[in-house]
Design a binder for this molecule. Structure first.
Ligand SMILES: [Zn+2]
Length: 143
């Protein structure tokens, strides 16, 4: 299973695995953003502009719980930092704390997870670094 939480749609994995029934793709992203053409994932959560922590986490949690009926052996988690509210290429409004809650949510289902860092273009680079470091800490459970 691929859980793509970059602010941009997971168009690559959606296209690559479209005809592969052994891989389930889930993308949660800002709808009004790159790419304009979004090949369908197994589950797409198209978010309007400006979504904040609580609505994002509610929608992600519901989508992942539904998707886990697929019973994946392994989750590849794309932990994008670009849903952050001060990202220059994103239009969502998550906080650093909200992104850490997102990490814990995806990591907390009891399925093994391989984490990949993804986009992050905050105005202050230290914010992108903090978001990615939080992901690593959450994955290592050393917060
Ligand atoms: Zn991105």
């Amino acid at each position: 299973m691929v859980i793509d939480c970059d602010v941009h749609h997971g168009n690559g994995t959606a296209a690559i695995f479209a005809a592969d029934p052994t891989v389930f793709t889930l993308s949660i992203h800002q709808y009004n953003n790159y790419p304009s053409e979004k090949p369908p994932s197994n589950v797409d959560v198209h978010l309007p502009d400006g979504i904040g922590d609580d609505e994002y986490l509610a929608r992600l949690g519901a989508a992942v719980e539904t998707a886990l009926a697929f019973r994946p052996d392994l989750i590849f988690y794309l932990a994008g930092a670009d849903p952050y509210r001060d990202d220059q290429l994103g239009g969502l409004a998550l906080t650093v704390e909200g992104l850490l809650r997102r990490d814990r949510l995806v990591l907390g289902f009891g399925t093994p997870v391989a984490v990949t860092l993804a986009g992050g273009y905050a105005r202050e680079v230290e914010d992108t670094v903090a978001i990615h470091c939080n992901t690593v800490r959450a994955a290592c459970n050393v917060e």
